[in-house]
Design a protein around this ligand. Structure first.
Ligand code: PHE
Length: 341
């Protein structure tokens, strides 16, 4: 094979190899193989000494043309490969702007807060204001001033968390009645929502911490019919217009007469079911006319003033309204539960 043929066969081989290259590294390898200092074309040129002098310029020319051609092929291939890489990268980095975004999560009120806000709205609409008292109370406000005698079972260590002889965790919101009477002259119309504590065993319907809302109305000429009218209006606002209610005689040391308020069962409407223990009624609050002893201890003239009070647990209100069967859910803060409200 003479040198001209050699160059021609190099050309054919190179054309074929360059056509199939599909990455830049391989292209560089081939460039070195054919055009490098020790490459195949140089190799042919080194053999020029062996051929007659007059043939050398022709071979030189062919070799240079081949070099130029291969350089051009390499350049074209390089552009082609770079373009491919760029396209591939663009495809990979493409952002799908039609995907819905991950918006910020909006929080909401705890179901117990939602309920107490509803309760507050009803009473504010009736001209009540909101009163507050501390969760650590004196024994005097929690019991004594509420006409709970010294040996009354409610004072029992089993029910009450005592801090010392004088202080305890309030067992109901009724001490806010005493604080209100001490601070304010009649007419008085307040409700007092808050946390209360009893040393109950934790189960589906009992929690050592739960929530009550107290109501207190004191004025001239307040009678039991005011109590009934107010509570009826409240019950219908919260549980619906068609809810019936009844007042059942009861006993509390700080009211006389006293009444337990029942509403027709939320589940069966009065026919009788498991929730209402087949009575058709659910107990929702305690109430009564403020006991004269309480008014007198607060320094009010019972010939002029009278009033009524009521108190209810609103954990239970929320449970009944939302159909929740376990009070512990309110305190566990499991987001799967809270998200439902
Ligand atoms: N404090 C009573 C209780 O905890 C409820 C109540 C309040 C009853 C006001 C009558 C008047 O059960």
């Amino acid at each position: 094979m003479d040198l001209k043929e050699k160059l021609q066969s190099i050309e054919k081989e190179a054309e074929k190899l360059f056509k199939d290259v599909d990455d830049l590294d391989r292209l560089e390898e081939l460039r070195i193989e054919f055009l490098g200092k020790k490459g195949r074309i140089t190799d042919v040129l080194r053999q020029m000494g062996k051929i007659p002098a007059e043939e050398r310029p022709v071979i030189g020319l062919i070799a240079n043309q081949l070099k130029a051609k291969l350089n051009e092929l390499i350049q074209l291939k390089m552009n082609e490969l770079e373009e491919l890489i760029r396209e591939k990268r663009l495809a990979e980095e493409k952002i799908d702007i039609t995907l819905p975004g991950a918006g910020p999560e909006i929080g909401h009120y705890h179901p117990l807060t939602q309920i107490i806000n509803e309760v507050k709205d009803v009473f504010i609409g009736l001209g009540f204001t909101i009163a507050e008292g501390p969760e650590i109370e004196t024994e005097y406000n929690n019991f004594e001033a509420l006409n709970v005698p010294e040996h009354h079972p409610a004072r029992d260590l089993q029910d009450t968390f005592y801090i010392d002889d004088k202080y305890l965790l309030r067992t109901h919101t009724s001490p806010v009645q005493i604080r209100t009477l001490a601070r304010q002259k009649p007419p008085i119309r307040v409700i007092a929502p808050g946390r209360v504590y009893r040393s109950d065993e934790l189960d589906a319907s009992h929690s050592p911490v739960f929530h009550q809302v107290e109501g207190l109305v004191i004025d001239k000429d307040i009678s039991f019919s005011d109590l009934k009218g107010t509570i009826e209006l409240f019950v219908k606002a919260i549980y619906g217009e068609n809810r019936s209610l009844r007042f059942r005689p009861s006993y509390f040391p700080f009211t006389e007469p006293s009444a337990e308020v029942d509403i027709s069962c939320i589940v069966c409407g009065g026919k009788g079911c498991r929730l209402c223990s087949h009575t058709g009624w659910l107990e929702v609050m305690g109430s009564g006319m403020v006991h004269p002893n309480v008014l007198e201890m607060a320094g009010l003239d019972t010939r002029v003033y009278s009033g009524f009070a009521f108190g209810m647990g609103w954990d239970r209100v929320a449970m009944l309204k939302y159909g929740i069967d376990d009070i512990r859910l309110f305190f566990e803060n499991d987001r799967r539960f809270l998200h439902q409200f």
